[in-house]
Design a protein around this ligand. Structure first.
Ligand SMILES: *Cc1c(COP(=O)(O)O)cnc(C)c1O
Length: 392
């Protein structure tokens, strides 16, 4: 199929929910993508943080294809090896006690919300079910995770939404305090808000939230769907703040390109779910789990320190670009505010010039593969610099 046919089919037959750029991606290698005409692009997007080791990574392909030749699906009435290896590895690497495997970020958060509510229901019955999230957060697209998402603009069309969510202003501990009551079951945060504009929370603020949760017996949930899996230079973003959440959710980068999500539970929350309380047909799918085992086993200290070095390198180069007003984020989850240009226009122009970047609200957003080469970073930043210095 040529690009025109691909585009036409999608425009005519797919639910029209995506505001797409003029680009069809056919294949790639590492942090270089190829379109249908063979034109190359540097990838600063990783498919929104998913292709964490880039395209066609050999270790990942080997892990996935080896499993593909054994069995593609088993269902959760029986045991399978990759899922069992994955939950063990997730717990060993994170220090959590148990994991539930699912297929997406929204599902992981849905599970976390169910666990937070059942935790208190088991102890107190009804009346302690409120969850405080932050303004500008993003927690997913299901009816409940949209409710959890602290963006008023997304609370429309689909009423009635799930009740019991309150939204506090980020980095304002007094506002959070004012939302806490005897009904508060949990506080849910992203260490670095992704969709909301690549806003890293202040360390001090997150530590105060953890303290408050400890004092007032409230569960702390960290949504690590975008900022987890090595993205910030630590296994999970919250680890930069030296706090200990009760539940962690992750997805995006975990499968290296295959759909998978996970919710992790500590000593407090590990026994909340019992037989029949939750489940997923595809959760723990052997192919996706085999990919995730490969990804996780490579997120070691050496790789994480490379992420920090590449981040420092990118940040210092970004700060030298005239049109960039400020640089935000952590690790290889970076955002740039622009002085005069519109992020979406810049992203479209970058595509024309051979660079794929994301936007988040009014910022440019960069989520390159964690193993991107310095050469690819340089090439990408050269293109960005050229686009940003063009006269409008
Ligand atoms: C992407 C994202 C989600 C939703 O993940 P899906 O896999 O699209 O359901 C939830 N939370 C955060 C922080 C995300 O970035």
């Amino acid at each position: 199929m040529d690009f025109e046919t691909v585009k036409e089919n999608a425009e005519n037959f797919e639910a029209a929910v995506y505001n797409r750029f003029e680009l069809g991606i056919k294949c790639g290698k590492g942090a270089t993508l190829l379109d249908f005409s063979g034109k190359e692009y540097i990838d600063f997007s990783s498919g929104i943080g998913v292709n964490i080791f880039g395209i066609a990574d050999e270790g990942w392909i080997a892990a996935v294809t080896a499993q593909l030749k054994l069995i593609q699906h088993t269902c959760n009435l029986y045991y399978n090896e990759p899922a069992s290896a994955l939950v063990k590895l997730l717990c060993e690497k994170s220090g959590f006690k148990r994991a539930f495997l699912c297929n997406s970020g929204a599902e992981a958060n849905e599970c976390a919300i169910k666990v937070a509510r059942k935790y208190w229901h088991d102890r107190h019955g009804e009346g302690k079910a409120e969850i405080i999230t932050l303004k500008d957060s993003f927690h997913g697209r299901t009816v409940t995770t949209l409710s959890a998402t602290g963006q008023g603009g997304m609370h429309k069309h689909f009423m009635p939404f799930t009740e019991g969510f309150l939204y506090a202003a980020p980095n304002d501990i007094d506002d959070l305090k004012s939302k806490i009551s005897a009904a508060t079951a949990a506080v849910m945060i992203e260490a670095v808000q992704g969709e909301g504009g690549v806003n890293a929370l202040d360390k001090n603020y997150v530590q105060k939230i953890a303290e408050l949760c400890g004092e007032r017996d409230i569960l702390l949930i960290c949504d690590e769907i975008q900022c987890g899996n090595g993205r910030t230079g630590r296994l999970f973003g919250y680890m930069n703040f030296e706090v200990k959440p009760d539940i962690v959710t992750t997805a995006k980068g975990l499968g290296g390109g295959l759909p998978i999500g996970a919710a992790l539970f500590n000593e407090k929350t590990e026994k909340v779910l019992g037989k029949g309380d939750h489940g997923s047909t595809f959760g723990g799918n052997p192919i996706a789990a085999a990919g995730a085992v490969e990804i996780l086993s490579r997120l070691n200290d050496e790789l994480l320190s490379e992420v920090i070095k590449k981040s420092d390198y990118m940040v210092s180069k970004l700060k030298k670009l005239d049109e960039i007003a400020s640089v935000h984020g952590m690790g290889l989850m970076l955002g740039a505010s622009l002085k005069t240009k519109k992020a979406r226009d810049v992203a479209a122009e970058c595509i024309t010039e051979g660079l794929v970047v994301l936007t988040a609200k009014e910022k440019l957003r960069f989520l390159p593969p964690l193993n991107i080469s310095y050469e690819e970073i340089d090439l990408g930043l050269e293109i960005l610099s050229k686009v940003l210095s063009k006269q409008q």
